[in-house]
Design a protein around this ligand. Structure first.
Ligand SMILES: Cc1cc2nc3c(=O)[nH]c(=O)nc-3n(C[C@H](O)[C@H](O)[C@H](O)COP(=O)(O)O)c2cc1C
Length: 305
């Protein structure tokens, strides 16, 4: 039984403007995450990152990317001082630029180092609750037992498991068996993440993972912004809602001071995902992709919807 749905962090997509519009027009997600906020040794977040979690938003969980315990402790305190009671650590990012620095899923390559990181973090005082978003291994799912053992030693408020290994990136079938095995090693609430694109996917995975009531959805919710609502028994998106959503999204990016050409790029990026809902409309989708200015874009969208 699915009781809690969160909108996964997607760097470059689920930025503040996007999250606010999604919540206002469709809702259905219980929590949202910031895309990862990278720390640095100077201990200040970039202005762009601060805008992701300020002002305080009770439905938001800020996510941090770092492999340095001192930097994480600083970031967690900084975020807590803005009112947040939970901070999430990224243990899943597979991007080479992140992994080569030992961050994101790079932290999964060495369970002993991971253990030392959390020993240091949990020895610190005055920290908010800590959750992690992890994969099941770096190279191979057989690594999940050692990782689960490490994670099982620490008092996380939640562990979100995306049951792929780093080398899978986002391809292949999520490994539900490895998810079950890792979840069994943990005592905290566990959340499932991966390839939920329809209410039927949610029902199927939920049946295969009895006892898991928390689901995180990323690309499926970008493709179908009403998906969380539908999974909870609500209605699919109407044409009018989609039009309102897209208009509000454009306006929100403009208010966030994005240049027009960047807004057009961002809207096309959303259509990269939303296009899957219109499989018979390749001509109309191509017109959106090729649009060169706001008028052409809006006209192409109106025709499609
Ligand atoms: C474009 C893109 C950006 C992502 N950015 C982040 C991120 O900032 N932090 C994170 O933990 N995961 C990130 N992810 C991973 C997603 O949160 C999620 O784990 C993954 O897409 C699988 O879930 P899904 O099948 O529901 O999309 C990203 C994925 C994609 C495709």
């Amino acid at each position: 039984m699915i009781e809690h749905i969160s909108f996964a962090p997607l760097e470059g997509i689920t930025v503040a403007a996007f999250r606010h519009v999604h919540r206002d027009v469709f809702g259905g997600a219980d929590t949202y995450y910031t895309p990862f906020l990278a720390t640095n040794q100077h201990h200040h977040f970039k202005h762009r990152d601060e805008r992701e979690y300020l002002p305080y938003d009770p439905q938001l969980i800020p996510q941090v990317l770092t492999a340095n315990a001192v930097d994480f402790i600083w970031a967690a305190r900084e975020i807590a001082s803005a009112g947040y009671e939970e901070v999430n650590l990224n243990l899943g990012c597979p991007s080479p630029t992140v992994v080569t620095k030992g961050k994101g899923s790079g932290m999964l390559a060495d369970p002993e180092r991971l253990n030392a990181f959390f020993e240091e973090v949990f020895a610190a005082e005055d920290l908010p609750r800590i959750s992690v978003k992890t994969r099941i291994g770096y190279n191979d799912a057989s690594e999940s037992a050692a990782l689960g053992e490490v994670l099982g030693r620490f008092p996380f408020c939640e562990v979100i498991i995306h049951p792929r290994v780093r080398t899978d990136l986002y391809k292949g079938t999520p490994n539900l068996e490895a998810f079950r095995a890792m979840a069994a090693q943990l005592t905290c609430p566990v959340c499932y993440n991966g390839d939920i694109c329809t209410p039927e996917d949610a029902a199927r995975v939920s049946k295969e993972l009895p006892g898991v009531s928390r689901f995180m959805i990323g690309r499926g919710l970008v493709a179908d912004p009403a998906l969380a609502r539908e999974i909870k028994g609500g209605d699919p998106a109407t044409v009018e809602e989609m039009q309102t959503y897209l208009d509000a999204m454009w306006d929100a990016y403009r208010e966030a001071n994005f240049a027009e050409k960047d807004i057009l790029f961002k809207m096309k990026e959303l259509w990269f995902y939303m296009g899957s809902r219109y499989p018979d409309r390749e001509d109309a989708l191509a017109r959106i992709r090729k649009s060169k200015d706001p008028d052409e874009y809006r006209d192409a969208v109106r025709r499609l919807l």
